[in-house]
Design a protein around this ligand. Structure first.
Ligand code: F0G
Length: 483
């Protein structure tokens, strides 16, 4: 498959368009509400007060014919608007048209190609960069698997077992592990690396337990940019390390945990002017909003009652929450789903804060087999807390045993996921048992990463993977119990 950025350099008019885009954006501190320009000489990831930043957009549609879309943007700025239903219908039509355009492959970048990306299809609500700055594989377009007791089609008993395990009649699983590098991170990285390119960054960097690094390394390679990755030594899945190195990144293994790697990479980026692409970077959050927008589109804009997802650094909780709130404000959907963020009980700072009514921000020394959510001091705490409050959401914790049991069910259904993703199913089962989620509510669970990450976790039983002598008697003897 080709790439969008290949061979196309921004021209003068693109540079002007880019300046206009930057002028329509600003960054707001989620702690003290201070406002900063979208782009400064030195990239800014935090407010002077230390708080993280959120992208604010003055939505504008360039084409005057598309007034109904402009009305939609205006609706975003006002809490309630009579224009909402009209605006919502126009938005749905625009996104649906883009999703159904036949794939064609002209020589360079243009908007038709961007329509094929499950991120840039929603570009007005993500980041309306001129196409020549965009670096895209393309990403997204991940499956939404029916997996409930009632909404599985005939012949899908395997998938239905997932619904039985959770105790949910109408369940869908959105598999973000089907993104090009194997996780949802690609949705944030296409936007983050495009932004790096648009701001003239000379190199990019991140801290990671595997998925972020593989994703960043892939997009950086596509853009031809050097990529630096800080990893917690001994805590990165071998396949993900191999993938990161294969894409050409330089890795530094830190004798410490993810939180140490995160602290160090932020310092190094600020000192050396390298563009930081952890979810601390607010433009990555904008890209990850597309998970929420795409799943709403796949459900024909009929919002589910619940959206359940694993929670580590809390970037995804923040991003999907923001997307749902904006979709509701725009009239894309009729009501707001509730969000359930699931943490591992050994890495549960957000859960601890939640059960105390968010009175304090908690930190923990993280311990869990789910390396992707083994995070004790989540960067996006405040963003995510707001999402839980605004969506009437909940935070739940699940043990490693519960995660492994859920992973086995998802794997045996033929879908498969890495361990952190299985926290989604373990969490929804617990919330059904506790009567928080009703079995007849419509639930979407997010699987965030591919089965081949941490694939040594929950390996099959010995009898399923036996070694025998190379003769038919030995094989027959082994197989006599197979059917
Ligand atoms: N699921 C997967 C598969 C992940 O890779 C991550 C984070 C999460 C969930 C947590 O998401 O931070 O948005 O709450 N992985 C980071 C990494 C740590 O380095 O790849 P969050």
């Amino acid at each position: 498959m080709g790439t969008y950025s290949a061979g196309l350099e921004p021209g003068q008019s693109d540079k002007q368009a880019l300046s206009q885009v930057f002028a329509s954006l600003s960054l707001r501190c989620v702690e003290c509400a201070a406002l900063y320009p979208a782009v400064e000489a030195q990239p800014r990831y935090r407010c002077e007060c230390g708080g993280v930043l959120d992208v604010e957009t003055i939505f504008q549609h360039s084409s005057p014919q598309e007034m109904s879309l402009q009305e939609g943007f205006d609706a975003l700025a006002s809490a309630e608007s009579d224009l909402m239903p009209l605006a919502g219908a126009s938005w749905r039509q625009l996104f649906d048209e883009r999703a159904t355009r036949p794939p064609i492959w002209p020589m360079g970048v243009d908007s038709l190609l961007l329509d094929r990306s499950g991120v840039w299809r929603y570009r007005e609500l993500i980041l309306p960069l001129p196409p020549s700055y965009i670096v895209s594989r393309p990403e997204g377009n991940t499956s939404l698997y029916p997996a409930g007791i009632e909404n599985c089609s005939e012949g899908c008993e395997g998938h239905q077992r997932i619904g039985k395990f959770a105790g949910i009649d109408r369940l869908f699983l959105k598999h973000e592990g089907e993104n090009p590098s194997g996780s949802f991170k690609d949705r944030g990285m296409t936007v983050g690396v495009s932004m790096a390119r648009a701001t003239g960054a000379r190199a990019v960097a991140c801290a990671s337990t595997g998925n972020t690094s593989a994703s960043l390394a892939s997009y950086a390679a596509q853009a031809g940019m050097p990529c630096l990755v800080f990893l917690p030594a001994g805590n990165v899945a071998a396949g993900k390390l191999a993938q990161t190195l294969a894409y050409g990144a330089t890795t530094i293994q830190i004798n410490g945990d993810f939180d140490d790697a995160m602290r160090l990479v932020e310092q190094v980026c600020n000192e050396l002017g390298i563009y930081l692409l952890n979810s601390l970077n607010p433009y990555r959050i904008e890209g990850q909003k597309a998970i929420g927008l795409e799943l709403l589109q796949q459900l024909d804009w009929q919002a589910p009652d619940w959206l359940v997802l694993p929670a580590g650094n809390l970037g995804n909780t923040s991003a999907i929450g923001k997307a749902l709130l904006q979709a509701r404000q725009l009239g894309l959907i009729g009501y707001l789903p509730r969000i359930a963020s699931i943490q591992a009980s050994g890495a549960n700072p957000f859960y601890r804060s939640y059960i105390n009514g968010f009175a304090n921000r908690e930190h923990v020394q993280a311990r869990t087999i789910a390396t992707a959510i083994k995070i004790g001091n989540p960067v996006s705490y405040t963003r995510a807390r707001r999402v839980i409050e605004q969506t009437n959401g909940v935070v739940e914790e699940v043990s490693d045993e519960e995660i492994l049991a859920a992973k086995t069910v998802i794997d045996r259904a033929g879908i498969g996921c890495e361990p952190a993703s299985a926290a989604t199913l373990a969490g929804m089962r617990k919330l059904v048992e506790r009567g928080v989620i009703n079995r007849d509510e419509r639930v979407v669970g997010i699987l965030t990463g591919h089965l081949l990450k941490d694939s040594a976790t929950a390996l099959p039983r010995q009898s399923q993977n036996a070694v025998v002598e190379a003769n038919i008697d030995a094989v027959r003897k082994l197989l006599h119990t197979f059917l």
